[in-house]
Design a protein around this ligand. Structure first.
Ligand code: GDP
Length: 365
């Protein structure tokens, strides 16, 4: 992207890789190119695009993901050269949102964002869909970009899409009161839950694996409203609780995705503890910390106890450790990679969870 330093571009590419993996793709390689501005025809420029085609071919990749928004004709021109499906960052993010959205409001918000994204690109679709049907494009990265509005909807003309968008907006406006009522009604005595919040690439899912020590996903009906996979865990004294990964924050979230993000993140408000994971090795952890906290407040979840974990502690030196400690004195330094701090973090989470006897006092007035 224009004006970005090499370091920023590398960070952005790392985040894109984490996003793609969250969306279910396996990332094979990353390519950075320095040029003053994107090529209007093929984004990368013809020479680089052909190099990319060779790379795609030798890796056996079935999808190329570009790190910024592609125009419809750029995408088509690139697909013609690399001979596999080409998607962009926004497509990947929308895909993740649509996997995370569980509430009716969240789903409506995500569909609205998908249609908004689709509308100006409609002209390109017919062609690329028919090419896909022709079988040139393989089983693309876990169906990236094909979730959400189905093919039949995509074939509707613009006017119909606009009508659908208007209906979704009306529906969404109607959800607001129900949401307030739902929060007022927060279940008491149910199994407590910990929501894991933080930026994409902070190590939320790695940490979740460390904390639960299992890959087992639990579909618990009690938590049907909470997004994504819910996992069971136990406190040291044998009380059950659950962990739920939440939709990750994304740097420079495209403006049209902000509402969709918020509505999927909002479900954090139903948890008992927020485990806020920060990448301690990130160039600006303070800004990330603040952004996550701001959004937690915006969704009215600021009263929920927060446990901050500075992850990737294996990558930082003592001076940075001091700095971060000054920022959040009661945070726990952990490493999902080495296992450092995991037991301490578990103890902190145990302590933050509501006690059973407190729940009982809450029901007996
Ligand atoms: P998520 O997007 O927040 O779920 O992050 P992931 O769990 O997918 O991790 C993002 C990247 O950071 C992966 O490449 C992980 O291997 C890496 N990572 C996660 N935790 C640590 C850690 O404690 N130390 C180091 N060095 N890398 C980590």
């Amino acid at each position: 992207t224009a004006g970005e330093s090499l370091e920023q571009a590398e960070n952005s590419l790392r985040e894109l890789a984490a996003l793609a993996e969250t969306a279910g793709a396996k990332v094979l390689d990353g390519v950075l190119q320095r040029r003053p501005f994107p090529d209007p025809a093929t984004y990368f420029g013809k020479g680089k695009a052909h190099e990319l085609a060779d790379l795609v071919n030798s890796l056996g990749a079935d999808t190329v993901i570009a790190d910024s928004e592609l125009g419809p004709s750029q995408r088509r021109a690139l697909e013609d050269i690399v001979k596999v499906k080409v998607v962009d960052r926004t497509t990947v993010i929308l895909d993740i949102f649509s996997q995370h959205a569980k509430s009716r409001e969240g789903k409506a918000q995500v569909e609205l964002a998908q249609l908004e994204y689709l509308l100006p690109r409609l002209r390109g679709w017919g062609e690329s869909m028919s090419r896909q049907a022709g079988g040139q494009v393989g089983a693309a990265g876990a169906g990236m970009g094909s979730r959400g509005p189905g093919e039949t909807q995509i074939e509707l003309d613009r006017r119909k899409i606009r009508t659908r968008m208007a209906r979704l907006r009306k529906q969404i406006a109607g959800f607001a009161p129900a949401r307030a009522a739902k929060r007022a009604n927060r279940k008491r005595g149910a199994v407590p839950s910990v929501a894991i919040a933080g930026y994409t690439n902070a190590g939320k899912s790695s940490l979740l694996n460390r904390l639960t020590g299992t890959q087992e996903l639990v579909q618990n009906q009690l938590f049907a409203t909470l997004d994504t996979a819910v996992r069971h865990a136990e406190t040291a004294d044998g009380r059950s609780f659950t962990y739920a990964d939440t939709v990750g924050f994304v740097r420079n979230l495209p403006h049209q995705l902000v509402e969709a993000f918020r509505s999927t993140f909002e479900e954090v408000g139903e948890s008992d503890v927020i485990l806020h994971v920060v990448d301690a090795s990130h160039p600006d952890p303070e800004a990330q910390l603040q952004t996550v906290r701001d959004v937690i407040s915006e969704v009215d979840a600021q009263a929920i106890p927060e446990v901050v974990a500075f992850n990737k502690a294996d990558l930082i030196d003592d001076s940075r450790r001091m700095l971060l400690h000054g920022l959040v004195p009661d945070a726990v330094f952990v490493s999902a990679r080495t296992g450092e701090g995991i037991e301490k973090l578990k103890a902190r989470i145990d302590a933050a969870l509501p006690l059973p006897d407190r729940e009982i006092t809450a029901v007996i007035p």
